[in-house]
Design a protein around this ligand. Structure first.
Ligand code: FUL
Length: 693
């Protein structure tokens, strides 16, 4: 090569270099995450562990008078918890240092209601310490749940309690090393033991806790922490308005720094919010947060957990998945199995990024500069990004696989350090010489994952159809996730007929009724199964084409409700309460005033040992009972109280409520609603059932 050509080449490389350096990165648009929020966001997936006196009383919320002597786990092993979380792909663990009952898992100086008075380790134990050590050993971060509501403390509701609360926080935030997140639940149901007062205490959650001074203290003690708060002042993270494991498809990581937060704002964020408050999706691996032996067969299946994954991490949220610690002090084997299988399923789904380092072109590249080129979105480096010229609100990026490639997932990430910008986008594939739309969606944020039926194509086009400001995309991934079969659902109607309903019409269904796990040799389901008396049933779906089986659904049914009658109700629709279908509900007419009674004739005398209530399952439908009395009678005239109490946490987690009492014979039952969660007179029921001996 001649000297002059070489000189020219160097000169032009030099020029391009200068040009590139001169093209400025986009300026941040709107609120952006703090360093702590960014560090937290990149964790994506971490655990909750719920463990307290409730574990030994089979309760969801302790009242605050439970005996500390009940707390004696025989095999408590925080290293087991940490090992499972680590193997499952989680990055940290948040422990319920104190739940609403006030019992402390660490030997707090400020109360006697803690492990220091429990038989466990002769009062010398400290679970928060063991958790901190185990997290350190397994390379996990530690988080703290400290319930602001304390049903044990005599001062709860008075100003003195705030000092107590801050003293406890100080202990937790100074003695256990770095804490990545602190969790303040908003629940404060009113009633409690309160040092023996046994009364209702009301606080104004927006003023009582004086959060702003508490926050200052927290940030001083733990400068790298993020604060989750559902109880008043805006923290660093927000709740998503449900504990069922999903955030809105549209999910802005923004809220307003002050002012009321509606359910919609929690669930979808606020497009024009003036503060960065990203979403954390919290849900449990079982229906409830604390351990209940009756839920051992109700651990969520891999398809269920994958659904949660796509609806949380795949929708610009983080996933906080709870393990109820069992009475031994361990994560139950069924939960471990499910969590590890879920971790593997996530790994398998995203094992091969088909877009990585392929060819990519864009409709516009910021200043034509290399550092903002399309390939920066598929270079496997989260710190580089594709960006367009300022003020462009539409742009597209095309990835060329170079050969026909099969895929069913599209993942995209914005470089959120510069703000959340994308308002809507589509994904297309080049199939048979045409662009075919595969999916259409709204926001992106830190991470968005779209699912669609597998397609084979040579090229993929990502079209941003609207944005607040020029798009800044740090990563695109394309994957071919293995298919996972969803287990069927099982319901029994009022006549006692069992129906097994597949999630996917193509699959065959197999079932057993003796408690064994169904196989392809079990009975094949061909239509309703007539049953009498108490039954159990286990069913699975099987897809002949892929030869895949689903996980197994187990259901247990008590006596059929064939001869049951609702008394004093002249509305046919009320039969929704007895139809066995959780998706149908009936509401008592609004002119009724609390207490509201539902009376049922069981048709004949039965030996009852409990009852079950399922509130209306449509999200945020009114009429969810929070406090009840349950009466029995033999003649529908003279009634005896069999049980009374609260349905703890039913507002956030409106699941089947199961209550037991000493066996008693009766033909008539009366569920009396004393209060609902909204403090008005409406009452709704999806189902009411009994438990017989
Ligand atoms: C809820 C609490 O009331 C539950 O008991 C649980 O701790 C959950 C994580 O938050 O609102």
């Amino acid at each position: 090569m001649s000297r002059s050509i070489l000189c020219g080449l160097f000169f032009s490389i030099f020029l391009v270099g200068i040009n590139n350096a001169q093209v400025k990165a986009p300026a941040p648009y709107g609120p952006v995450p703090s360093k702590n929020q960014m560090r937290w966001q990149e964790m994506e997936y971490y655990a909750f562990v719920h463990f307290s006196l409730n574990t030994y009383t089979d309760q969801s919320w302790g009242y605050g008078n439970e005996d500390v002597k009940l707390f004696n786990p025989e095999n408590l092993d925080c290293r087991q918890w940490a090992r499972i979380c680590k193997q499952a792909g989680m990055k940290g663990i948040i422990i319920t240092a104190k739940h609403h009952c006030g019992f402390c898992l660490w030997p707090s100086k400020y109360t006697e209601y803690s492990v220091k008075n429990a038989p466990w380790k002769n009062g010398k134990g400290d679970i928060v310490r063991e958790m901190a050590d185990a997290c350190k050993e397994y390379g996990l971060k530690l988080g703290i749940y400290l319930s602001p509501w304390d049903r044990n403390h005599p001062d709860y509701g008075k100003p003195e309690y705030i000092t107590y609360f801050r003293n406890q926080l100080t202990e937790l935030l100074t003695n256990y090393g770095p804490i990545f997140e602190v969790w303040f639940d908003g629940a404060n149901g009113g009633s409690g033991y309160y040092g023996g007062a046994n009364e209702n205490r009301k606080i104004d959650r927006t003023t009582y806790y004086d959060w702003s001074n508490t926050y200052k203290m927290i940030r001083k003690l733990q400068p790298n922490i993020v604060i989750w708060n559902d109880g008043g002042d805006r923290g660093d993270l927000r709740w998503v308005g449900t504990e069922a494991g999903f955030v809105g498809e549209t999910n802005w990581s923004l809220l307003n720094a002050t002012g009321e937060v509606s359910w919609n704002m929690l669930h979808y964020g606020l497009e024009d919010g003036n503060a960065w408050v990203p979403a954390e999706v919290n849900t449990s691996i079982r229906p409830e947060w604390f351990y209940h032996p009756s839920e051992n067969e109700r651990v969520k299946t891999v398809p269920h957990l994958m659904e949660t994954y796509y609806n949380s991490i795949g929708r610009n949220g983080s996933l906080l998945l709870n393990f109820p610690i069992d009475t031994r002090g361990l994560i139950h084997g069924n939960d471990e199995k499910a969590a590890l299988a879920f971790g593997d399923a996530v790994k398998n789904a995203f094992a091969v990024n088909l877009a990585l380092k392929r060819k990519a072109t864009a409709s516009n590249v910021r200043g034509n500069a290399k550092q903002f080129a399309a390939v920066m979105a598929i270079d496997g480096n989260k710190n580089t990004y594709w960006a367009t010229d300022d003020n462009l609100k539409q742009a597209s990026l095309t990835i060329d696989f170079g050969k026909p490639t099969k895929f069913n997932r599209f993942l995209v990430q914005e470089y959120i350090r510069l703000g959340q910008r994308v308002k809507s986008f589509t994904v297309e594939a080049w199939v048979d010489g045409n662009w075919k739309e595969l999916a259409k969606a709204t926001t992106v944020g830190y991470k968005r994952i779209l699912r669609f039926p597998a397609v084979t194509a040579t090229k993929v086009r990502f079209n941003i159809t609207d944005a607040k400001s020029c798009p800044v995309i740090s990563n695109i991934g394309i994957y071919n996730a293995p298919q996972i079969l969803t287990p069927p659902s099982i319901i029994r109607n009022q006549n006692g007929e069992i129906n097994i309903i597949p999630a996917d019409k193509e699959s065959e269904l197999y079932y057993t009724m003796d408690g064994s796990v169904p196989t392809l040799k079990s009975k094949k389901y061909t239509g309703s199964i007539a049953t009498k008396g108490k039954v159990q049933i286990s069913a699975m779906a099987y897809e002949p084409a892929s030869r895949k089986s689903s996980p197994v659904t187990h259901e247990k049914f008590d006596i059929p409700r064939k001869s049951w009658k609702l008394i004093g109700i002249n509305d046919e629709k009320a039969n929704a309460i007895l139809d066995g279908d959780p998706s149908t509900a009936w509401h008592q007419s609004k002119d009724k005033k609390m207490p509201v009674d539902l009376v049922i004739d069981l048709g004949k005398e039965e030996t009852l040992s409990g009852f079950r209530y399922l509130p209306d399952q449509n999200i945020w439908n009114p009429g969810i009972i929070s406090n009840y009395e349950f009466y029995i009678s033999n003649d529908n005239a003279e009634w005896k109280l069999a049980d009374s109490g609260e349905f703890s946490n039913i507002k956030n987690n409106p699941l089947w409520q199961v209550k037991s009492f000493s066996p008693v014979k009766a033909r008539y039952i009366k569920l009396r609603a004393l209060r609902n969660i909204d403090g008005n007179d409406e009452i709704g029921y999806a189902e009411v059932d009994v438990i017989t001996k």
